[in-house]
Design a protein around this ligand. Structure first.
Ligand code: NOJ
Length: 667
């Protein structure tokens, strides 16, 4: 049940302009960790800079917008007012990686005017672990409807810091391996952009609450300046965003940590989103799922009709039986509907979202699933033809609802960075489309897992049915190529900062019997660890039932929950290794995942997160001594030990290795 706990009331302290000098206003975070200064320069252009403790976080950086027409919002401003307030509240997530989240910030609102009478506010929220700011346009006479051609927001770094990045406008959306270079060596990259500053700080630049605006890409503008680069509307229309006042842009966010792990437990993005707008969301339930999916990637089935069509009634019943036997809540079925025959990508065919293929008896299967206590997960591959999808949106979701499907996986596969209608996959048009789908999901009480999505920006707080997204190279890349072993040691510090990631872990047949000359670059106990390391409220066990049955390691997948009380990062270096412990919501059970890249290494940690004075039993799923991601990926052993909050453990992780631990109190 969703419940907001207001621990400390909203303290509103409107103050008169607190300018220290003309056109400059300062604000600090509640614990004074971050100090931010807003200023107008001699041309009346807004800007800001910020420090974290004694270290420079953001050097003097420009703000403003270029509009289509004459009255650009870039310079010539007057500061007409500034006001501050403080806010401190602890709220409860209906589901999540952390149950209670403190939202504690000081806010500065600067009100600017420009002749003739254009009004723009810039609002900064300064936290002890980061900054959010956005542009707001009150209802006004002169600025009512306008077109944004460029956003001038800068994040000027103090040095040529290192960053982990994936390219923007590369034609493959967010599905790239990460590269680590100094910021001077990239061109335009996606966010979250994670940076290791030469002064020792870790930063992540991203955005929050992207709803009716274009996505922010980061452009290297030279001289250590990272500049906002908004995705255009389409290939033929350079407008970045259409705005009608009153209007607020998404928040621009800068998260800060003293260790890489600090970024993982930084909930600033969620805090900057509006509280739940859906009311009672007890129907949004985390869970685990299996599905008719991986078999298509390993040449054991097809989405399209034919002799290997996988979404047939008999095969789906096998998955339903397996799900029911092992406690999974859902069964995903891909390739169930008309549209897959032919080259469906990029709008090549018209998908029909209410017409099953003849060998898929949806009535019988939804009845059978219900009888067994599980539900079918619908699949809406759109081929990125958003217009075809929107025409059917209501009937498509009604169909899910009528067949007891509580979750839908959506997909937008195209050939490049643009939709069939020419709009950019990450532009304002797609942001609007995405919101339409979330709203329709809410209408029919459906949870959404989106593939080829627009990036997550914390909207799950406002719309808790928006449970998970892909938006990175997922497991599927291991079937038609490889994710290098360091990929998943980078993801928790980069992509996952945006929100839950539907990576779909759990391959046990890592040598891929049915795929020639390829195997998954992982080890079996690393696949287990991913259920903890990669957060998602709906986690898939992607392999075939026959690869799980009878394997003792499967018990970890059965046991691991997907809804957490709290999350602790025990150690980690970006791209090297990471260890995360999470407490199952409402219990004293803990689950720990630790993974390494292609290097064998020893990992140690203490169980100091456990309740002192209590004894627990830990079941450890670890690589066997001769395991190796290339030579022997499935070698593992299971060990048990008693632990207390004073215990520690030493684990050797082999190349591409990992370990998973389940910890239960001893009664
Ligand atoms: C790409 C998605 O990531 C994958 O999960 C899905 O199976 C295919 N598209 C087909 O929709």
């Amino acid at each position: 049940m969703y419940r907001i706990t207001l621990i400390i009331a909203f303290i509103l302290a409107m103050t008169a302009c607190s300018k220290k000098q003309d056109n400059q206003v300062n604000i600090s975070s509640p614990g004074e960790q971050i100090k931010l200064t807003f200023y107008l320069d001699e041309n009346g252009q807004p800007g800001y800079f910020a420090n974290y403790k004694e270290k420079m976080l953001i050097d003097s950086s420009a703000l403003g917008l270029v509009l289509n027409g004459e009255n650009s919002l870039d310079r010539g401003f007057h500061l007409t007012n500034s006001a501050t307030n403080s806010f401190d509240e602890t709220w409860e997530q209906p589901w999540g990686e952390e149950r209670f989240i403190r939202n504690h910030y000081n806010e500065l609102r600067v009100s600017l005017t420009k002749d003739p009478d254009d009004k723009m506010d810039i609002v900064f929220r300064v936290y002890d672990n980061g900054i959010g700011f956005r542009y707001e346009f009150p209802a006004q006479e002169t600025l009512q409807k306008f077109e944004i051609m460029d956003e001038l927001t800068e994040f000027r770094m103090s040095d040529d810091h290192n960053a982990w990045w994936i390219p923007a406008y590369g034609g493959n959306r967010y599905e790239y391996n990460f590269t680590k270079t100094p910021i001077s060596e990239f061109d335009r990259v996606h966010t979250p952009l994670t940076i290791e500053a030469t002064n020792g700080l870790y930063l992540a630049i991203h955005e929050a609450a992207l709803t009716d605006y274009s996505s922010m890409v980061i452009k290297n503008a030279g001289d250590h300046v990272l500049k906002c680069d908004l995705v255009p509307w389409s290939t033929t229309n350079p407008v970045k965003s259409y705005v009608t006042t009153p209007f607020q842009t998404p928040w621009r966010t800068i998260q800060v940590g003293e260790t890489p792990g600090d970024l993982i437990t930084n909930y600033l993005i969620l805090n900057l989103n509006e509280p739940n707008k859906l009311g009672d969301v007890s129907w949004v339930k985390p869970g685990k799922y299996v599905g008719v999916w991986w078999q298509m990637f390993i040449n054991r089935g097809t989405w399209s009709q034919g002799p290997k069509h996988a979404a047939n009634t008999k095969n789906v019943k096998k998955y339903i039986d397996f799900a029911a036997k092992h406690g999974f809540s859902g069964v995903l079925v891909e390739g169930w509907n008309y549209g897959w025959d032919g080259n469906w990508m990029g709008g090549g065919t018209k998908f029909n979202f209410t017409k099953p293929y003849p060998d898929y008896d949806v009535e019988e299967l939804s009845r059978y699933a219900k009888e067994k206590g599980v539900y079918l997960i619908g699949h809406h591959e759109t081929g990125a033809d958003t217009e075809n999808y929107e025409e059917q949106l209501d009937s498509a979701f009604k169909f899910l609802h009528d067949h007891g499907m509580k979750v839908v996986k959506t997909g937008y596969v195209e050939n490049g960075d643009t939709l069939p209608n020419g709009c950019y996959h990450h532009g304002q048009y797609f942001a609007r489309h995405f919101q339409n789908v979330i709203d329709m999901g809410a209408k029919y009480k459906t949870m959404i897992i989106a593939h080829e999505p627009i990036k997550a920006t914390g909207k799950r707080r406002t719309y808790p049915n928006m449970v998970s997204r892909e938006g990175a190279r997922g497991q599927e890349y291991n079937a038609f190529g490889n994710n290098p072993p360091n990929h998943l040691t980078i993801i928790p510090f980069t992509r996952s900062l945006a929100g839950p990631f539907d990576y779909t872990p759990g391959v046990f047949d890592l040598k891929l019997k049915s795929v020639e000359n390829n195997q998954v670059w992982s080890t079996l106990t690393r696949e287990l660890a991913l259920y903890v390391v990669i957060y998602a409220p709906m986690e898939m066990a992607c392999d075939l039932p026959e690869n799980y049955e009878g394997n003792p390691a499967f018990k970890f997948i059965e046991d691991v929950p997907t809804d957490w009380e709290t999350t602790r990062v025990l150690n980690g270096e970006i791209g090297e290794y990471v260890t995360i412990a999470r407490q199952q919501r409402g219990t004293d059970n803990w689950f720990i995942g630790t993974i390494t890249n292609e290097k064998k290494r020893d990992i140690s940690f203490t169980f100091n997160f456990l309740t002192p004075g209590k004894t627990y039993k830990a079941t450890i799923y670890r690589n066997s001594d001769d395991a190796d991601y290339l030579e022997n990926p499935t070698g593992y052993k299971i060990e048990e030990m008693e632990v207390t909050s004073d215990s520690s453990i030493d684990l050797t992780l082999v190349r591409g290795g990992g370990a998973a631990i389940a910890v239960y109190p001893v009664e």
